[in-house]
Design a protein around this ligand. Structure first.
Ligand SMILES: [Zn+2]
Length: 574
């Protein structure tokens, strides 16, 4: 397809294809926002259509719950295990399936792209290990081809043709394993339906489907790319189906995992909320009087999908900031369409650690800093871009990624003095996560003014042995890195401002992100949130207009804002 689009002298089909491609592309370019169903589609839109990645929102489809908790023909109240078993037995009877027969279910269009041929070939071998099983292929399509392939096991395969929803739901509920062997799948709605019904899945690790199905819902089959096609290893597919059929306890676990994942990401309610949020965000950047802010994220060894949401909520809930998020393409993929004009913002928050940005994006960022822009460096953003000197001058110092004495001196505190220590050694580490006390380095700075001279931070990583080529402007807070918690034994700088031309840079090494927004202690700490808000306002405007809140931690008592909410100025939207 790509080749046809590039063809300079296309045939009739090529001309048609090129024309419809250009037409489609022009629609995307004209829109303010493009919605797609998966990260995989986002990448295609960026790479093939040249759409600015920050204009694209990924919102997966959601479906109304018809799982066995709301079983077809029953009330939607949750069934007990016993009632569920009874219902399954009744349904198997209705479908004339004996209690001991195992059911493998495929649902979808019957054609080669859906991997039906591979599944039938694998099923030949499955029968050798598990003779008492049946493959149900639910859907319409190219029956002739596949029935021929299934001829010698035709008593074991059922082609149902197109089914109505109720019948299909019943099959999901009586099946033992669901198989989604697609070669390509922009999203993977069938997998979502299987998860909804708590059905363990064997699926190919391809395109959008690979994002929908994770390790908690089932087993994955890698796709082998050949020069002009892809294929699936049939013995691998066979083994994984057999494994789930022979290990019902594991299969059940996957079923539960899938159901949980469905409830979390793919219900109609989640979809509705995502859409509403998107529509609301369309009207946000023009909100009067708030600081125009851009969070950059999308690649990280940390959970950026959690951290950038927490950062956004902290900033927006205050009423001071209008936040947009720039999400880069995935690590290792083509970055050339990751473009942002930083000049449109007053504040850039860095929550990114990954592949280098395209040259013009990096230049736009440096121009932004050179022109006096505000920058917040958050936690492991100081791990990023070891080989980009100007970036390291902006962050001041950083760690990991092989940093050593060639990247600049260690920067820390000793007896209240700032030390630049050129001794050799690796840069960046932290001990065990623990609560620790932060000490103020300069109580007169707008960011720290009025805050306690010492306060107890919630459990977090305390970065130590950071080194870099930057110049520290002010040490705002430091903490003793105790060897007892595997620290450096030094007074490490946890919050600082950096001297880099006209730019105003606030750097916090704190706030290691948890696995979810609710399990995120370090970022839920009131001290982290208040200093972030103050640092961000100062970076954007040079002032801090925020009063010191009543719930700030003291030297001995911690404080959490679990929902990231604290309104400083009422939200206005004129
Ligand atoms: Zn961390």
């Amino acid at each position: 397809m790509r080749n046809i689009l590039k063809e300079t002298q296309p045939d009739d089909f090529g001309i048609k294809l090129q024309k419809s491609f250009e037409e489609e592309k022009s629609y995307y370019l004209r829109g303010d926002r493009v919605i797609c169903l998966s990260e995989n589609m986002r990448e295609i839109l960026c790479r093939e259509y040249g759409i600015d990645s920050t204009k694209i929102s990924v919102i997966p489809n959601g479906i109304v719950d018809q799982g066995f908790w709301g079983i077809a023909g029953h009330s939607s109240t949750k069934l007990t295990n016993h009632e569920r078993n009874d219902a399954v037995i009744r349904m198997r009877k209705k479908w004339k399936i004996t209690p001991k027969e195992k059911i493998i279910l495929f649902a979808g269009r019957v054609d080669e792209v859906k991997g039906v041929g591979y599944l039938i070939r694998a099923f030949h071998k499955v029968l050798e290990s598990v003779p008492r099983c049946r493959l149900i292929i639910a859907g319409s399509g190219d029956f002739d081809t596949f029935m021929r392939e299934a001829k010698d096991i035709c008593t074991k395969i059922t082609f149902t043709g197109l089914l109505d929803k109720i019948a299909l739901n019943e099959l999901y509920q009586i099946a033992d394993v669901g198989v989604v062997p697609s070669l390509y799948e922009p999203f993977g709605l069938v997998a979502v339906e299987m998860m909804m019904h708590g059905l363990p899945i064997v699926a190919t690790a391809t395109s959008g489907l690979n994002e929908v199905v994770d390790e908690a819902c089932g087993l994955k089959i890698p796709i082998t790319a050949l020069s002009d096609s892809v294929e699936i290893d049939i013995s691998d597919l066979t083994q994984k189906i057999v494994y789930l059929l022979q290990n019902p306890a594991v299969a059940k676990q996957f079923g539960h995992g899938g159901r949980k994942r469905y409830l979390h990401y793919y219900t109609a309610n989640v979809f509705q909320n995502n859409m509403l949020q998107l529509y609301k965000s369309l009207f946000q950047p023009v909100v009067y009087g708030r600081i125009r802010t851009l969070i950059v994220t999308g690649q990280h060894h940390h959970q950026w999908k959690v951290s950038h949401v927490a950062l956004k909520q902290i900033l927006e809930n205050s009423g001071l900031f209008a936040v947009e998020v720039a999400i880069s393409p995935k690590e290792g993929s083509n970055m050339s369409n990751f473009k942002r004009d930083f000049a449109a913002y007053q504040l850039v928050v860095l929550d990114y650690c990954g592949d280098r940005w395209p040259e013009e994006t990096e230049k736009s960022f440096l121009d932004f800093a050179d022109n006096g822009g505000g920058v917040v460096v958050y936690h492991a953003a100081n791990n990023a871009f070891r080989d980009w000197k100007a970036y390291n001058q902006i962050t001041g110092f950083g760690g990991w990624e092989g940093r050593d004495e060639t990247d600049g001196p260690y920067i820390y505190m000793k007896n209240d003095q700032l030390i630049y220590d050129k001794s050799p050694g690796s840069g960046g580490s932290h001990g065990a996560r623990h609560e620790f006390v932060l000490h103020c380095g300069n109580p007169e700075h707008p960011i720290t003014k009025g805050l306690p001279a010492a306060w107890l931070h919630a459990q977090d990583e305390l970065y130590d042995r950071l080194r870099g080529p930057g110049i520290v402007d002010e040490v705002l807070f430091w903490a003793y890195s105790d060897p007892e918690t595997r620290g450096s034994g030094r007074d490490e700088i946890a919050m600082l401002t950096v001297n880099y031309g006209k730019a105003r840079i606030y750097h916090t090494t704190l706030g290691h992100v948890g696995s979810t927004l609710t399990d995120n202690t370090a970022m839920q700490c009131t001290g982290f949130q208040v200093t972030l808000l103050r640092g961000a306002e100062w970076a954007a405007t040079g002032q801090v207009t925020q009063p010191v809140p009543d719930d700030f931690p003291t030297a001995t008592t911690g404080s959490l804002r679990k929902d990231y909410k604290y309104e400083i100025r009422p939200l206005r939207s004129e």
